[in-house]
Design a protein around this ligand. Sequence first.
Ligand code: MLT
Length: 388
Amino acid sequence: MAVRLARRMSELAPYLFADLDRKKQAALAKGVDVITFTIGDPDLPTPPEIVAAGQAALADPLNHRYPAYAGAKVFRQAAADFMLRRFGARFDPDREVLALIGTKEGIAHLPLALLDPGDAILCPEPGYPVYAIGARLLGAVPYQMPLLPQNGFLPDLEAVPAEVLGRAKGLWLNYPNNPTGAVADLDFLTRAVAFAQRHDLVLLSDNAYSEIAFDGYRSPSVFDVPGGREVAVEFHSLSKTYNMCGWRVGWAVGRSDLIKPFSDLKSNLDSGVFTAVQAAGVKALSLWPGPLEGICAEYRRRRDSLVEGLRAAGYQPPVPRATFYVWMPVPGGDDRAFATELLERVGVLVTPGSGFGASGRGFVRFSLTQPTARIAEAVARLKKLGAG
Ligand code: MLT
């Protein structure tokens, strides 16, 4: 008997990074020394103080029981304290903060609390694939807003058709931006808040990269903008900030009339974040900015080494002010062919931009998750290949 899968499975492509990982494993199996610049999964270790806090909490049998559904009070308080210290925005940890099993989980599940089949949600494209997947899985419609170089990779909100706005309930934004490395200023965020107010949209701000910034750049929050509190829920993660991707911990913060139903929904789906992981998260937040200076300095060295090397090899990468991604136009404009050629001829694996959406065609993304020696090696290989 063949398993008769749900129709939605035929719409679901393999997850971009699972697919790239398969390509990497196949090349490794052939003996290729692959240098991987794909998933944004920091190679740097979680700072030792955070690991120690997690270890201590792991040893306490009380933490082996089910966690609190919405997150331990101490974790929600630490997240609220961070929002106050970092952005000057005060939140009630009981009503306005919800722990997430990493922001991917929250981003994927939030549409279940907000959207009905047929509703629309505005998503940046190229963008983190999960914004659209979460909506699509429940029969809602992600409306893709192109992020184009001529607009500084900001969406043209006024270009969203009235018919779509009539059905839309949410607007995803993500600055500092994955995959383009672009940043948004307060003027853009002010316009986005006004747009959300005008069209009755919840502004969903994915701020996972807020702390990875260079050259004195300080990334804002949507809560820095007048009116932001009235329209927004923001998603934060410890994955990128403190090299904690594997720990799976983040939080959503903002409007209580979305946080509460979202929390109720999640209590039906999952049993929360492991309490020992939340204890490590509390430690991480208490250290802020602490280890970040060293972490960002390392990414800046890597960024400079990659960008200078690529330029010397004849490519034209921009210099990102935030995130650990370099979004580079490819010679000839065929990003998939370029990425395949790089892997097959020189063992360098990058993410084709079109994997993040049609407007990513013509770009590849390098993540700065390799030490400088490997970056130098990759650049040397690319030089041999020539920029075409
Ligand atoms: C990325 O590399 O774009 C993301 O961090 C990957 C992910 O979260 O799955």
